[in-house]
Design a protein around this ligand. Structure first.
Ligand code: HEM
Ligand code: SF4
Ligand code: SF4
Length: 521
């Protein structure tokens, strides 16, 4: 009904195909692409713990730094060396998952509208993580550190902000002093604190953010890092010597790709590229799009009892409670923060007053999507159900961001697509099944762990299993309800699941009851 992601880009199709294959290998729960943000947090913590250990042995100073890292790497290879490798490889892994996470959010279109906040703080995180990574390489003070330091300083010199060229301070051994090491050592410990703070801001407008990957995934990743650390331990590349220009060094392309670029382009051109890319990323959420967002949720105070279910279910912290303002005997009332609302409709699905058994023709719910009022959905559903024919009449509820359920429509199948499947109050299922209006209800939406609106699939599952309010009541015959999660790439599987559901349904002829019910409306 909405058009959040109406047409499918090639990139989206390719991503869904890849994720589908990974699901077959790892299962939905351990598919790394579904947990990139959580993996980012995880690698951050691996870096922090291993870094704390390295710090305990690190000596700050032009003559001290290199030997102290060598001691860790060689004398204490069995622990210090492994910690060093873990630190480095986890930092590389952080860049990989961060970039994939960004790309994935972009391909899925989850960066526009209210999501600009997570997107922009994400762009800032990229800068901070790169600053911290570069800084880390200098700590070792080997030839790679020398190369990276000088190249970075020369690059920074292009900016007209320093009174004296920074690179001059590092060109000869005489002026390279211990204060430089104190500075980089201090900043390598403090920038990550700012990263952590920024990560906290990054997920501030997300409710129930997943910041820990599943245990199997976390253990698997740690094992992979450890194996890498043992097979290819990280080594220094000989002590720095400011008198000799470093040659034949191998660089870490994840962090230091900027240096070779400076060999072919001028500092100004590289700045133009980096700043240009950052600005482009920064304006992406506001670039014009064909995809129109439907109006945000609205509270109708008359029908709000202040139960807080909408607050609990909103994935974007877009509903808050405040003291009652209309004199009714309830303590609180819900308020939508429009700037945070992504128009998913999940709150409307959570509100107890979104109940289709209500008598009024044009009833209003406590919280509604103005362009998709609940009473309108009830009427549309009833009209569709009344037209169904045959012995296995099924009402399918789906989601605009998953498989296109319009393709399932037939003589015996009516469909209703919502902005998110969790916009469906369980009472709609009970209603569809009541008085044999249909023989079965089929529910579908995005793949598990990959809900476009983050929590819609999870909330729907919990509502159906009675673990979460609003619960599906026992009067709804579970044998007549089937759920199957399917992305647009899974249409075939969805069709065959629906078919098997229909053939398994005990036949019921209820067309007379439906006409009777409609006549009464
Ligand atoms: C180390 C870096 C990063 C970490 C650890 C991280 C972590 C996370 C986490 C845990 C979430 C919440 C996931 C959920 O529970 O649904 C999230 C959401 C998000 N992140 Fe990141 N992120 C990082 C960098 C980035 C970057 C670079 C971007 C893009 C420029 C970005 C864009 C987003 C967006 C748009 C969302 C919201 C998705 C939605 O609304 O459903 N993140 N991130
Ligand atoms: S539609 Fe409702 S649940 Fe969805 S973001 Fe807006 S307020 Fe939250
Ligand atoms: S779920 Fe409905 S009744 Fe409960 S607080 Fe939200 S708007 Fe009010």
């Amino acid at each position: 009904m909405t058009a959040a992601v109406p047409t499918e880009s090639y990139a989206r199709r390719a991503l869904l195909g890849l994720e589908g294959n990974l699901n077959k290998i790892f299962g939905n729960d351990l598919n790394p692409l579904y947990h990139l943000g959580a993996l980012g947090f995880y690698f951050f913590w691996v870096i922090a713990v291993s870094g704390a250990y390295l710090y305990a042995f690190y000596r700050t100073g032009i003559e001290l730094s290199y030997p102290s890292v060598e001691y860790l790497t060689k004398e204490q290879w069995y622990f210090g060396g492994i910690m060093r490798s873990l630190h480095r490889y986890a930092a590389d892994a952080l860049v990989v998952v961060m970039m994939l996470h960004m790309l994935r959010e972009f391909i899925l279109g989850r960066y526009r509208g209210a999501r600009w906040f997570a997107w922009i703080t994400g762009v800032l995180l990229i800068w901070m993580i790169y600053a911290s990574g570069l800084n880390g390489y200098w700590m070792v003070w080997d030839k790679l550190a020398q190369y990276s330091t000088v190249a970075t300083m020369e690059w920074l010199d292009w900016l007209p902000i320093f009174s004296e060229p920074m690179s001059q301070s590092f060109i000869s051994r005489e002026v390279l002093n211990d204060r430089f090491f104190s500075l980089i050592s201090f900043s390598h410990a403090t920038i990550p604190l700012f990263v952590l703070f920024m990560l906290w801001i990054h997920i501030m407008r997300i409710s129930n953010p997943v910041v820990n990957p599943r245990r199997g995934l976390a253990l698997g990743m740690l094992l992979a890092l450890l194996i890498l650390a043992l097979i290819k331990p990280v080594l220094s590349q000989g002590p720095a010597d400011m008198g000799i220009e470093p040659r034949n060094i191998s660089i870490d392309w994840f962090y230091l790709f900027i240096h070779p670029l400076l060999d072919v382009w001028s500092a100004g051109q590289v700045w133009a590229l980096v700043i240009g890319l950052s600005l482009l990323l920064g304006v992406l959420p506001w670039l014009p799009t064909r995809h129109k967002q439907i109006p945000v949720a609205e509270v109708n105070l008359k029908d709000c009892s202040g139960c807080r279910l909408c607050v609990a279910d909103c994935p974007y912290e877009a509903v808050v409670m405040r003291p009652r303002s209309d004199g009714m005997h309830f303590l609180e009332e819900a308020v939508v923060v429009p700037d945070r609302c992504v128009s998913c409709g999940i709150c409307a699905g959570a509100c107890p007053s979104s109940n289709p058994f209500r008598n009024e023709d044009n009833y209003v719910s406590g919280i509604e999507m103005p362009s998709l009022p609940m009473s309108g959905l009830r009427t549309a559903m009833m009209n569709d159900m009344a037209k169904l024919k045959g012995e296995a009449r099924v009402m399918v509820f789906g989601c605009d961001n998953a498989a296109n359920i319009e393709k399932l429509r037939s003589e015996g199948v009516a469909v209703m697509s919502l902005p998110c499947i969790a916009m469906l109050p369980p009472s709609f299922i009970e209603y569809a099944l009541s008085e044999h209006q249909v023989d079965g209800v089929f529910i579908t939406g995005c793949r598990e762990n990959d809900c476009y609106h983050r929590l819609g699939v999870l909330w729907t599952e919990r509502r159906l299993t009675k673990e979460r309010e609003p619960r599906l009541r026992s009067r709804a015959d579970r044998e007549r309800i089937r759920q199957f999660w399917a992305a647009s790439a899974d249409l075939k599987e969805l069709e065959s699941e629906l078919e098997s559901f229909r053939t398994g349904l005990p036949g019921l002829s209820g067309s007379e009851v439906v006409s009777h019910h409609l006549a009464g409306k």
